[in-house]
Write a protein that binds this ligand. Structure first.
Ligand SMILES: Nc1nc2c(c(=O)[nH]1)N[C@H]1C(S)=C(S)[C@@H](COP(=O)(O)OP(=O)(O)OC[C@H]3O[C@@H](n4cnc5c(=O)[nH]c(N)nc54)[C@H](O)[C@@H]3O)O[C@H]1N2
Ligand SMILES: Nc1nc2c(c(=O)[nH]1)N[C@H]1C(S)=C(S)[C@@H](COP(=O)(O)OP(=O)(O)OC[C@H]3O[C@@H](n4cnc5c(=O)[nH]c(N)nc54)[C@H](O)[C@@H]3O)O[C@H]1N2
Ligand code: SF4
Ligand SMILES: [Mo]
Length: 705
């Protein structure tokens, strides 16, 4: 049997690491991180890609719903029948309600151009993604300071001297490339400070661990800003050159002393002061990570803004060991790849989520998905009639799936394009199964950074079942909807050639390393001439954001303490497991074995009060909604909080391993679907209080009886 080596991209989570895959005949025999970029490193999930291929508890052919929504009665149909069904419905909806009544969403990432182009080609502006439950607060905070988004900077973690992480659990909620860099930085003598409400894999590697009261990051960051200014350890020259309204910041933080912060967040004032003295001697090679998943608290947007401001004070912009502008093809003197979306006329209708007109301070991009539910229910600004989710599971992603279902019931068509049965897919009308990442090609994309590159995914083997790539699904739907002309060529190879044409590169250039590097050396801008690089209204780094002011919002927002949990309640916090990707790997045979269910982390003292022992079952509840889960007792969680890993408690019966294993945090977030930070657009997912009690289902207690 012939052994082949294929360059590709992992698809087990949305990080999309570059990989090298070995096959023998039609079997995948080996997967490793691309040695040119990752030195072979891969995470546990990536290595379990082979188990995904073999898993037959995933949709193996298109399916059309037969019973009521969610009843689980399906008919397996051919692709012709499924695509005709979807296209006929969409055509009828377009005729009656206009194309803007169709909404599409996807998980985001480098291959989005295809989906965006499809949505716009159909004539709808209503393209969205998961991000109001993920990084929107960080993204909008970044825009408000620099006029540049979350992905317009990369952090030179390897060369920094001090990395400060506020709830950014970088070694568990991971990207292998970043993990490699952090470990190299630590090996080289770098320092790491970690801030969380519980101890984590990252915290145990850190030099300092600050256990904070939940929801007080903004207070700690303000205390740090105050102290940096008081000790005079900021980069005056950088600030004079590029920062507007620094004096307003100085006046604003005046009352937020380290002693004040200590009372709010629980970190001792002396420790804050020592920390600031230390970073003062390490700057500019000091990185305050502004956070990733910060759809958490009412003021997470402002906490992230404060972290961005700390970076500015350190003067760490465009320096080795600091934050570096992400460069694209143009910065390397190369023409960029052709964009499909750029060829499509922009739809003229305004967005149904209000982003861009009602909410002008938000980035239009993918808008804010959760705001569409209001439009579904009210029919304002116009009715929505169809939702196509590609690689996106709103029932796991957003709070209160029951409330979502009530809104979705107003729609005539729900389609899930997924490699798995998602909770949304199970409720939808049609499931179009995408081939797994090892069985499909994807379009070419640009990965920005100091050393930008073109990347693409190549299939390692042909699909094992009756599944198709997203490219094929979209192409065939586009043809049926009369917009096929926007997707040039009749095969992915022809599309690749079309994408690459202006760049001067050819497909052969991918062969050596699996990607096309656009530069040998990192491209750095001259730090003394960054004028024009910041895209704020003033062209400066803004301490007071013009856009926020226009929207009637504060930039330097006075601190308000978080709500205390009501008596008998805990604040529910959540995070990721290093061996799972959200909810869709829980049923993976290998990863299930590593972590079959989640547990409820609870402080030992609180557990003792409740008579709960380690491993006991506990009922976790809120407003009549409750679930049962095993308790994990630890000293290393703040007594106000309980924690569970997100992604469990799945209810798709065809996933026999994941079915009802553990508990779903989002289902406890009753009535929280519209609980958004008005300045950042992120959902306030951690503003949720639950009761915990020893469960009557407790097997140990039954033994005692
Ligand atoms: N293995 C794995 N890695 C992943 C993912 C995955 O699914 N699995 N998903 C990726 C995605 S989409 C994202 S967005 C990132 C998320 O990456 P992160 O944002 O780093 O990760 P989380 O695990 O969501 O949350 C981190 C921590 O926030 C803490 N926290 C809760 N409240 C507070 C608070 O008030 N203050 C502080 N300081 N901390 C608090 C929680 O205890 C938790 O440990 O991870 C990415 N990487
Ligand atoms: N309560 C609560 N809510 C949260 C979070 C939390 O921790 N707690 N985390 C938030 C964060 S950070 C994020 S990023 C979102 C994530 O929310 P989503 O974006 O919805 O989550 P994912 O699990 O990444 O993927 C969604 C779907 O993509 C499918 N999928 C996986 N691989 C493929 C593929 O190759 N092709 C196709 N077509 N489909 C695929 C999966 O089966 C899954 O059904 O959730 C957010 N919501
Ligand atoms: S982080 Fe792991 S699962 Fe995600 S793309 Fe990389 S190797 Fe795959
Ligand atoms: Mo995320």
């Amino acid at each position: 049997m012939t052994t082949r080596s294929v360059w590709s991209m992992c698809g087990m989570c949305t990080v999309r690491c570059p990989i090298r895959v070995e096959t023998e005949g039609d079997e995948v025999t080996w997967i490793e991180g691309n040695p040119h970029l990752l030195e072979g490193a891969l995470c546990a999930k990536g290595s379990a890609g082979m188990a995904l291929l073999k898993d037959e508890e995933r949709p193996l052919s298109p399916m059309i719903r037969k019973g009521g929504r969610g009843a689980g009665r399906w008919e397996r149909v051919s692709w012709y029948a499924a695509l005709d069904y979807v296209a006929d419905k969409l055509n009828a909806i377009i005729k009656e309600h206009g194309p803007e009544s169709i909404m599409m969403s996807c998980r985001g990432g480098p291959f989005m151009d295809l989906i965006k182009a499809f949505c716009h080609a159909v004539g709808s502006p209503n393209f969205s993604n998961h991000d109001s439950a993920c990084g929107r607060n960080v993204h909008h905070a970044s825009l408000s300071v620099y006029g540049l988004g979350r992905k317009d900077f990369v952090y030179d973690l390897k060369k920094c001297k001090h990395l400060i992480l506020f709830g950014r659990n970088i070694l568990a909620s991971l990207r292998p490339a970043e993990v490699n860099q952090v470990m190299d930085m630590l090996d080289a003598g770098g320092t790491m400070t970690y801030v969380d409400v519980r101890q984590t894999l990252t915290g145990i590697k850190a030099d300092r661990f600050f256990l904070v009261t939940p929801g007080t990051d903004y207070a700690l960051a303000l205390g740090m800003i105050h102290e940096v200014i008081k000790q005079g350890v900021y980069d005056q020259e950088f600030i004079d050159r590029y920062v507007a309204d620094f004096d307003k910041l100085v006046a604003f933080v005046e009352p937020y002393t380290a002693d004040w912060a200590a009372k709010e967040c629980g970190v001792k004032a002396d420790r804050i002061k020592e920390f600031v003295t230390e970073i003062g001697s390490q700057r500019p090679k000091v990185v305050f990570h502004p956070g990733w998943m910060l759809s958490r608290y009412r003021d997470s947007f402002y906490a992230s803004r404060a972290l961005h401001i700390l970076n500015v004070l350190m003067g760490n912009v465009e320096v080795e060991g600091g934050q570096i502008f992400a460069k694209g093809a143009g910065d390397c003197g190369v023409k960029g790849i052709r964009s499909l979306d750029a060829q499509v006329p922009k739809p003229t209708a305004k967005r149904a989520d209000g982003v861009g007109w009602k909410y002008q301070h938000f980035d239009k991009g993918p808008g804010l998905f959760h705001l569409f539910y209001d439009a579904m229910l009210t029919g304002e600004p116009y009715p929505l009639k169809a939702l196509i989710c590609m690689r996106h599971d709103p029932f796991t992603c957003f709070p209160d799936p029951q409330a979502q279902k009530e809104a979705l019931d107003k729609l005539d068509l729900l389609v899930s394009v997924d490699t798995h049965y998602s909770e949304f897919g199970w409720y939808s009308d049609v499931i179009l199964p995408e081939s797994t990442f090892l069985e499909r090609d994807s379009i070419i994309a640009t990965q920005k950074g100091p050393k930008p590159r073109f990347i693409k995914r190549n299939k390692a083997i042909a699909p094992m079942h009756d599944t198709k790539s997203l490219y094929e699904i979209i192409k065939q739907l586009a043809d049926r909807l009369g917009v096929g002309q926007y997707f040039p060529g009749s095969s992915i190879e022809e599309l690749w050639a079309w994408q690459l044409e202006p760049t001067g590169f050819s497909l052969k250039d991918f062969d050596a390393k699996g990607f096309i590097s656009l530069t040998d050396k990192p491209v750095m801008f001259d730090r003394n001439h960054l004028d024009g690089k910041f895209k704020t209204p003033s062209g400066k780094i803004e301490m007071v954001s013009g856009k926020l002011t226009e929207a009637g919002l504060e930039s330097l927002k006075p601190y308000e303490s978080p709500e205390k949990p009501p008596k008998g309640h805990f604040r529910l916090v959540f995070g990721r497991s290093p061996v799972h990707a959200h909810s869709h790997t829980v049923n993976n045979p290998l990863l299930y074995e590593l972590m079959p269910e989640n547990t409820l982390w609870i402080n030992k003292r609180q557990a003792a009060r409740l008579g709960v022992n380690d491993g006991d079952l506990v009922d976790v509840g809120v407003c009549g909604c409750s679930g049962t889960i095993k308790a994990h007792l630890t000293e290393f969680i703040h007594p106000e909080a309980v924690y569970m890993a997100h992604g469990f408690g799945r209810q798709v019966p065809l996933q026999s391993r994941a079915y009802h294993a553990g508990m779903a945090d989002q289902k406890l977030m009753k009535g929280m679907l519209q609980e958004m930070d008005p300045a950042g657009g992120g959902l306030n997912l951690c503003e949720c209080f639950v009761t915990v009690r020893r469960s009557a289902k407790n097997p140990k207690r039954m033994v005692e009886l």
